[in-house]
Ligand binder design. Structure first.
Ligand code: TIU
Length: 241
C-alpha cells in the first residue's frame, strides 16, 4: 500500500554531473546514489551481540538468528571495498570507567561492564575480547571505526564529521540489531539529511517481527526514513559502479 505515495526526493537524490548508481528494485522505489558520495556503515557486528555468552545473550535473547545476516553483510562489505567506498564500522562500547554509560542504561541492563566469562571480558566495554567485531566482517586498516555509547551511531561520536569531511551524502547500512541500533542510526542519519538504504538481508533482530516491522517503517510513506534492498542487488549496483 505504501507505493501509493511518491518518494519525497524523487527516489534518492542524484548529484549534478556526478556518476550515479541505481538500484531499481529497491523499496519503495529506485535508490539512486552518487558513486563518489556513498559510504557503507556496518553497525555493531560485534561478538557482544552475535555470540552465545555475549551481551545479547545476557539480555535473554536467542542470538543464533543474527548469524544468517553475516554472509550477506560480508558480501556487501567486499563489494564496497572493491568499489573504493568509505567504510565505517561501529561498535556499541563503553569506556572502561563507564563514564559514558548513563545510569539509566546500566540500571536497565545491569550486565553491562560485568564479566560472565573471563575469555570474553567485560560485556560491552571497549577493548575487551567480547567487544571485537567478528572475523567475517572485521575492519581493515584505514577503515573508520566508531565507538558509540548509545544505540544511534551519531550520538556522542564523530561519525557525522567523518562523513561530512569525505563529502558523503548517501549511506548503505548493514548491522545488528535491526530495530535497535540500525533503526536508531537510520533515523539519526535521516534527520541529518543523508539518504540511506538498509540492506534487508544484511540486518537481523532477535525478534523476527521487529525486523519486518522496522523495514516496513523505513520505506513507508514514500521512504519516510529511507530505502531497503537485498544484498545481491546492492552488490550488483556496487560492481556496476
Ligand atoms: N539489544 C539489542 O537488540 N540491541 C542492542 O542493545 N544494541 C544494538 O542493536 N547494537
Amino acid at each position: 500500500p505504501w507505493s501509493r505515495w511518491a518518494p519525497c526526493s524523487g527516489g534518492g537524490s542524484g548529484d549534478g554531473d556526478q556518476p550515479v548508481a541505481t538500484i531499481a528494485s529497491a523499496r519503495p522505489s529506485t535508490f539512486r546514489f552518487p558513486r563518489a558520495k556513498c559510504a557503507l556503515v556496518m553497525i555493531d557486528w560485534q561478538r557482544d551481540f552475535l555470540d552465545v555468552g555475549g551481551f545479547g545473550h545476557a539480555l535473554g535473547n536467542d542470538v543464533t538468528p543474527l548469524q544468517k545476516a553475516l554472509g550477506p553483510a560480508a558480501a556487501v562489505l567486499a563489494a564496497a571495498r572493491a568499489a573504493g567506498m568509505p567504510i565505517v564500522h561501529t561498535l556499541e562500547a563503553h569506556r572502561p570507567d563507564m563514564s559514558d554509560c548513563p545510569a539509566a542504561k546500566r540500571a536497565r541492563c545491569p550486565a553491562i561492564g560485568t564479566v560472565q566469562d573471563e575469555a570474553r571480558g567485560r560485556l560491552l566495554v571497549a577493548g575487551e575480547p567480547g567487544n571485537a567485531i567478528v572475523d567475517a566482517v572485521a575492519p581493515l586498516p584505514g577503515e573508520i571505526v566508531i565507538h558509540k555509547p548509545g544505540k544511534g551511531a551519531f550520538y556522542n561520536t564523530n561519525l557525522e564529521a567523518e562523513l561530512r569531511s569525505r563529502g558523503v551524502s548517501h549511506l548503505i547500512i548493514t548491522g545488528v540489531t535491526t530495530e535497535v541500533c540500525v533503526q536508531t542510526t537510520a533515523r539519526e542519519a535521516n534527520d541529518r539529511g543523508f539518504d540511506l538504504l538498509v540492506v534487508a538481508d544484511a540486518t537481523e533482530s532477535y525478534f523476527p517481527q521487529f525486523k519486518a516491522s522496522t523495514l516496513e517503517m523505513i520505506v513507508a510513506q514514500g521512504a519516510i526514513v529511507g530505502w531497503t534492498a537485498q544484498s545481491t542487488e546492492v552488490v550488483d549496483a556496487l560492481a556496476a559502479a
